[in-house]
Write a protein that binds this ligand. Structure first.
Ligand SMILES: Cc1ncc(COP(=O)(O)O)c(C=O)c1O
Length: 451
């Protein structure tokens, strides 16, 4: 069926600029959250209607997301504008993904240049942009080899397969002898069956039994428990998979002792230390990799989100000792295609040209400001934690979703990380002045909820 609405319709002419009962963004059963967001949005004057209404998203897209009743029209750096023309400071960045913010000239140039030459060919052939991005990753990390895919879940799935194969090579392939991967409670590793099993949060397991065998969980940052669990698993330990700072689980940076213990266990047993860098990698923490804060280096790490600056890409990177995949072991049609890797290269070049340094400096500025606010509003703020530009404010006596809704009303985009933590993950190009504005809006929100 051809859609009457064309995405080439000028934004100003799109009928969903018109607020009111017929808005296609009016959910059939508004959730309390979307109602809270929508209520304060002021009606704007009707625009001339030059095309038929776009389709109602909720009637044609599966109900897997609780959406805010807003659609974004365009952005610039750390600013986003919705289709009603409202401006936001973006401290979500597509959930820690738009490394260079919105409409960055270098990313636009890289992607449009690549698109005008060749955007996809298949891994049947050599892809120079893929080679160049892999070379950047290898020369800036402990990795020797890279496998490209399209998302974080896929990158972790690849890491899990690699760990199993590496274990089978050493222990044989008896199907009754199950290799075990240790992950952490409150972790998040993706939504495929293996990665949701790896995710140590029961709410993600509900409805998906039977889960994939071979995962056991440990309390994050509890080195003694990790040692005890590893000892009980013995030779069947294939890998320890950890985030260097838990993201979805509430912004918890790793302790150095925990990672040192994990490294020691892996060195002693031959298991692989694997870091899920999907949320914290590629400069997010003010260092290139999250594990740069832990004092140890992994055998394997996974990337996605920030690597393409918003163009979908994932990667699983490993050291030479566990580079055991052979042709036929693993594959991805789109993985490492010219378009995605050209985007990754543009991000890499920008990180090397000052963006990484900006992330560190703006992260320190935001952390100091949030800590000052935590002292001022100690009745509602329990703690501020995080690394670089992945910071979490743990609230007390108030839901994170309420604070996010109030911030959105005031033109600041934030995202919860669990029920009580508000997460700040702005583009790494956010400016000094913009961080000051973020803090000022957040102060108003806190004074509102503390009143
Ligand atoms: C640490 C971590 N790992 C894996 C994933 C899954 O990534 P994706 O949604 O790209 O599959 C996420 C997503 O939030 C993540 O934060």
């Amino acid at each position: 069926m051809a859609l009457a609405f064309s995405l080439s319709t000028p934004l100003a002419a799109r009928p969903f600029l018109v607020s009111g009962a017929s808005s296609p963004f009016a959910p059939r059963q508004p959730s309390p959250r979307s109602a809270a967001i929508r209520a304060p949005v002021k009606a704007v004057a009707a625009q001339p209607q030059q095309s038929p209404a776009p389709p109602d998203l909720d009637s044609v897209v599966m109900n897997t997301y609780a959406r805010y009743a807003v659609a974004m029209s365009h952005g610039n750096g750390a600013e986003l504008f919705d289709t009603r023309g409202k401006r936001y400071l973006d401290c979500v960045a597509g959930i820690a993904t738009c490394t260079l913010g919105h409409a960055h000239p270098a990313l636009i140039k890289a992607v449009t240049n690549q698109m005008s030459r060749v955007n996809h060919v298949s891994n049947l052939y050599y892809i120079p942009e893929q080679a160049a991005l892999a070379a950047w990753l290898v020369s800036n990390s402990p990795a020797d080899k890279v496998f490209f895919c399209n998302s974080g879940g896929e990158a972790n799935e690849a890491a899990i397969k690699l760990a199993r194969k590496y274990w089978h090579i050493r222990h044989g392939s008896d199907p009754t002898n199950i290799p075990v991967i240790i992950t952490a409670h409150q972790s998040f590793h993706g939504r495929t069956l293996a990665t949701l099993t790896a995710t140590g949060q029961p709410k993600y397991h509900r409805n998906w039994w039977p889960l994939v065998p071979g995962f056991q969980y440990v309390t994050y940052n509890d080195a003694a428990e990790l040692k005890q669990l590893a000892d009980s698993i013995g030779d069947n330990l294939a890998a320890i998979l950890m985030e260097a700072c838990q993201g979805e689980g509430g912004i918890h940076p790793a302790s150095k002792q925990f990672f040192a213990t994990a490294r020691q266990i892996c060195d002693d047993t031959g298991a692989l230390l694997m870091c899920d860098e999907v949320q914290v990698g590629v400069g997010r923490t003010g260092k290139l990799w999250g594990f740069d804060h832990t004092g140890v280096q992994p055998d394997v790490f996974t990337l996605a989100k920030g690597l393409g600056g918003g163009v979908p890409i994932g990667a699983m990177c490993c050291t030479a000792k566990c580079d055991v995949f052979e042709p036929g072991d693993h594959a991805s049609t789109f993985g490492g295609n010219p378009l995605a890797t050209a985007a990754g290269l543009a991000v890499a070049n920008q990180l090397d040209s000052g963006v990484l340094q900006n992330a560190e400096q703006r992260g320190a500025q935001l952390m100091t400001g949030l800590q000052n606010l935590a002292r001022k509003f100690s009745s509602v703020v329990k703690e501020v934690r995080g690394l670089g530009l992945i910071l979490g404010v743990e609230l007390q006596g108030i839901a994170a979703s309420d604070v996010v809704a109030k911030a959105m009303d005031r033109g600041l985009l934030l995202v919860p990380a669990g029920k009580h933590v508000v997460r700040f993950v702005p583009p790494l190009v956010i400016s000094h002045q913009q961080v000051e504005s973020v803090l000022s809006i957040f102060e108003t929100v806190l004074s509102d909820v503390a009143a």
